[in-house]
Design a protein. Sequence first.
Length: 511
Amino acid sequence: MAITGERIDLRRFTYIVFIIMDLQVSSPGPLRIDELSRRRRVGILLICSMSLLIVGLDVTIVNVALPSIGSDLHASVSGLQWTIDAYTLVLASLLMISGSTADRLGRRRTFMVGLLTFVAGSLLCSLAPNLTTLIIFRMVQAIGGSMLNPVAMSIITNTFTDARERAQAIGVWGAVVGVSMALGPVVGGLLVGSVGWRSIFWINIPIGLIAIVLARRYIPESKAPKPRRIDAVGQILVALLLASLTYGIIEAPRRGWGSGVIIVAFAIAACSLIGLLLWEPRRREPLIDLRFFRSIPLSAATVIAVAAFASLGGFLFLNTLYLQEVRGLSPLRAGIDTLPMAAMAMVFPAISGRIVGTRGARIPLLIAGIGLLVSCIMLTRVTDTTPFSWLFAAYVVFGIGFGFVNAPITNAAVSGMPRAQAGVASAIASTSRQVGQTLGVAVVGAFVTRTLGGGLHVDFAAASHAGWWTLTGCGAAVLVLGLVATSRRGRSSAQRTATELNPEFLGGTGK
């Protein structure tokens, strides 16, 4: 390594040491957010990022382990879909209420309960005797996970109150996604290949326990001055909408799109959506304040999050099965081969955050849309003999696109929203991500199941083409909506909405 690189690494290491020293000498007693030093704020950012690390690791590690889980527990493609979607579905259903609960009961307290539940769920998953219990224990994990990312983002939003500093912190937060994606396939492949798939859940336990200890000692408690009331009806409608829609998409290829069960599932989804749109505006303190969606950037960012994470969920699902089932790679080799994508997703979020903080969201969103679009088009040509150089190039481009998308999404979600309701605001973005990932796995899996009839064999490559074209459409949506969100009309709507609904406008959406 060059001398310059060594100096940079040493400087970063020294800075982290100073953060730790600052945390150790600071009083662990109650402390107000506005009294925190910069090093203490960065320390809180690092602690909160640990929750994102274990949640991100869980997604990528489980994807690498899917073939082994399917073989050991005799699961079909739809069974493997539920292994992923049971987690993301429950997570998406509870994120909104978890955010508002944290604003009411205390963000640190909710964060710690979430960590403890996630650790317990991980332990149970490692002991699951069959696919059904594994899916149930994944739901337990998701209950804990719903209290982590949106609550941690709420803590970060209330810690970093300056718009530019907040955007940079969000960039670091997004970089942790890349770190977890980079570690997940390799660590997961190593564990699955040497110990077995059950060991992939063990890694969450020590990280979660360490985060609990650090959070209790160093993160100040904070609450919303006037938290919202619990909207039980809205919460039930959201859960019904997501569960019935996901069930219909996953089970339709096996049961038949015209079967009574599937028709009922989609009817419940439609009625839940209509009920939500009619109920929420009548509530003084709704679960989802639909008035905020008058802001074009916020509305566009919500759809962009769905599209981008549908691309990620579909990419991980299709690519993992392709590399192991079609190309015959070991879990470790499959994980190593996806490192180019993960490395790009690790490097570019921090760059994206800096650009958002200084020049606005348009450039990152355009790069993200183009990257996702081009990479998925490249993968629509995949066969059982596609050169690994072609796959490598597609993975790099996908990683660049995904690496740029997270910071502008999160910044749009929390900018212009009341800081007192930061838990709810960040939960909107987190919910959109999980909904996207759920739908991505469900839709591409449905295409594969329809072609293969539920089994996995050499025709998987050809069967995946329709899924890759669907993900190409998601990339195009990110590109088009990125232009809409950052247009002059979009910026005007954000300013107007913030002025009307939020006197303490945070700024940042207008960039």
